[in-house]
Design a protein around this ligand. Structure first.
Ligand code: SAM
Length: 224
């Protein structure tokens, strides 16, 4: 599952440039029986399967044993919501271990033995933790110095300063009667910066009033 996203575009370039290393570990390699059983029925009955504690804990330990600073994150719909601020926090860490669940999730004892925190990518339930792990990895890797062509460009993205990004235009100047705003063609950098900021404020106010309130309460000078 990881081959596509991890071998394309910015992540591929970051790996090739040794900005980061990615290792995929198969939990099944840490099973204890000849059938490679990684899941079992739940104690107490009920539907679904549960990922067994031994292979989960031993798979995590195989990558953390020589890495005392590794942060182990279990992707789970029950975790706190993953955000851009969290991505920035994780990008400053030397080693992340992203643990992917399946079925009903992992045996609860694995949290105590092998997990530092949980993260959710949103209030919906996916089949497994692989897609959430790819989401977290992508958003963290693009923040690493040297991962994107111009490091400053990630700082203009949505959420970096608490606002959504401003609208963007490229050639042609006119398409089907729609013109690029004149200020962007003026060459006046201070006016362009001011226009972009006002547009970002207006868009955030309209689409994400929750973000706007937070931004506004910390920067009362700005009016949408
Ligand atoms: N029984 C679990 C519950 O209701 O909380 C759902 C398990 S889900 C079917 C299987 C796995 O997918 C989870 O263990 C987790 O690793 C991953 N997963 C599903 N939704 C997720 C989300 N929104 N964020 C992060 N991981 C998620």
């Amino acid at each position: 599952m990881f081959d596509g996203p991890f071998t394309e575009s910015i992540i591929k370039r970051a790996v090739d440039a040794e900005v980061c290393e990615i290792e995929i570990v198969d939990i099944r390699d840490f099973t204890h029986d000849k059938h490679n059983t990684a899941d079992d029925t739940p104690y107490g009955g009920g539907c679904g399967m549960v990922m067994k504690v031994e292979p989960v804990v031993e798979a995590v330990e195989s990558v953390t044993k020589d890495s005392p600073d590794a942060r182990v994150i279990y992707l789970s719909p029950q975790g706190p919501r993953f955000t851009q601020n969290k991505a920035r926090e994780l990008a400053a860490l030397p080693h992340l271990v992203l643990l992917c669940g399946h079925y009903e999730g992992i045996d609860e004892r694995a949290f105590e033995l092998a997990v530092h925190e949980e993260l959710s990518i949103g209030d919906y339930v996916l089949t497994g933790g692989e897609l959430p792990a790819m989401v977290v990895a992508d958003s963290v890797i693009r923040l690493l110095p040297g991962a994107v062509g111009n490091d400053a460009s990630v700082q203009n993205d949505s959420f970096w300063n608490g606002l959504l990004d401003c609208p963007h235009y490229t050639r042609p100047e006119e398409y089907r009667g729609l013109r690029v705003p004149g200020v962007l063609l003026s060459g006046h950098h201070a006016k362009i910066d001011e226009w972009r900021h006002q547009q970002a404020l207006e868009k955030t106010h309209r689409i994400r009033p929750d973000l706007y309130e937070t931004y506004h309460s910390t920067d009362p000078q700005d009016e949408a």
